[in-house]
Design a protein around this ligand. Structure first.
Ligand SMILES: [Ca+2]
Length: 403
């Protein structure tokens, strides 16, 4: 009797749960429905049907203003339009927008990845919003010679259903100008716990925005002064130029699958405020590498930890694409800023124009002292130990005493 009554209780609850689940149908990581604009519209892909206003013309999207489905190879004003992925993309005319409603988990952090290209020589920008969050992306600076780039922006879901909106805020004289967008994807982000012996959150950069497996250009992370809604949990992009998020499928990455490539000199800074104990000695350790993307050397970074700063040149062993570097500091407060930027403005040697730079990965901040510093403890010293911290740059190892 007890068993059957339990069954009676459980069965309807399960059905109810299933129904609730299917009703909400949370958006999944990856391409948004028709996020690549390859779904055939009701009138087909003909150029006459391509120009659309209103709903249902572009499957899964709602459009407002002049939104044009463009085709790979299509010419406009003697210029071939760029389609970042597949055969189709959309061009947003003056003040035009496309949007899509998605079901998300309220309170969670999400990142939107998309590709964008400009069509005219002048400044073009794109507004991406998930109301009330909104951000303009400046498409003036070309980071890649292909003429388009992928970007990622994060937002915190304030409702269960949110609308992702792409809008061209420009009012150009030439109505054929306006950004082209394609390949729109989403990823729910989580903030990784930091390891016991590392004060840096997401120091290996493994948690970040959606990247398509075939995306060979990495993803640009534009300025975001807000640590809470960064596409790269834990990290802040402080300056007015983007940094590039790269993967091991297309670039050389020091640790695991993801890392950061710093571009644009001191205009591209990443930073993090890490928890520290005042007046205690710490050591910042990180990998400094070359992405193997034909980036012209020399490569160097400025590393900051509290009131310490150090210029470190990339000089690895011949058989490696990265080296380990570190910087010692004494914490002055309960939070200490750790930051990196590229010393030089590097470009690729194959096209002489695409921006590139040094790679940073595996960032650690550890309390220093005798405990836990294996390489710094001199073998054969017994009793009260002498404590050493080694600073390692390329194959050369220098020893510092005094911690
Ligand atoms: Ca990594």
């Amino acid at each position: 009797m007890v068993l059957s009554s339990t069954r009676c209780k459980w069965f309807p609850v399960n059905v109810l749960l299933l129904l609730t689940y299917s009703a909400t149908a949370l958006v999944e990581d990856g391409l948004l429905p028709n996020g690549d604009f390859e779904a055939t519209p009701p009138g087909g892909f003909s150029s006459e049907a391509g120009l659309s206003e209103g709903e249902a013309t572009i499957p899964s999207w709602k459009s407002n203003g002049t939104v044009e489905l463009v085709e790979s190879g299509q010419k406009q004003g003697g210029m071939i339009l760029i389609v970042p992925q597949g055969a189709h993309a959309v061009r947003l005319g003056n003040d035009a927008e496309i949007s899509q409603e998605i079901a998300v988990e309220k309170g969670s952090l999400y990142s939107i990845t998309f590709s964008a290209a400009r069509t005219c020589a002048q400044l073009e920008s794109l507004n991406v919003s998930v109301p009330p969050a909104s951000q303009n992306i400046d498409l003036q600076t070309l980071y890649s010679v292909q003429g388009w780039d992928s970007y990622a922006l994060a937002f915190q879901a304030e409702e269960d259903n949110v609308r992702v909106v792409f809008r061209n805020p420009g009012m150009e004289d030439d109505p054929t100008c306006g950004p082209i967008i394609d390949n729109i994807a989403i990823k729910k982000l989580f903030v990784p716990d930091n390891a016991k012996d590392n004060a840096v959150v997401n120091g290996d950069f493994e948690e970040g925005p959606w990247m398509f497996r075939n995306a060979s250009l990495g993803v640009l992370l534009p300025t975001k002064l807000d640590e809470e809604t960064s596409s790269l949990p834990g990290w802040i992009f402080e300056s007015n130029r983007a940094v590039r998020y790269i993967d091991s499928y297309h670039f050389s990455v020091p640790g695991s699958k993801r890392a950061i490539e710093l571009l644009s000199g001191k205009e591209g800074i990443i930073s993090q405020m890490v928890e520290t104990k005042p007046n205690k000695p710490y050591r910042l350790t990180f990998s400094l590498g070359h992405a193997r993307d034909s980036c012209k050397q020399p490569l160097a970074i400025m590393a900051f930890a509290g009131d310490q700063a150090q210029n470190i040149h990339y000089t690895p062993d011949s058989n490696s694409t990265f080296q380990t570097a570190n910087l010692n500091f004494t914490a002055k407060a309960q939070r200490t800023r750790v930051a990196f930027y590229s010393v030089y403005y590097n470009t690729r040697t194959d096209d002489m124009s695409s921006l590139c730079g040094p790679v940073v990965d595996d960032v650690r901040v550890e309390q220093s002292g005798c405990k836990g510093i294996t390489p710094g403890f001199l073998g054969g010293v017994f009793g009260k130990p002498n404590c050493y911290v080694w600073t390692q740059t390329k194959s050369k190892t220098e020893k510092y005493k005094g911690i």
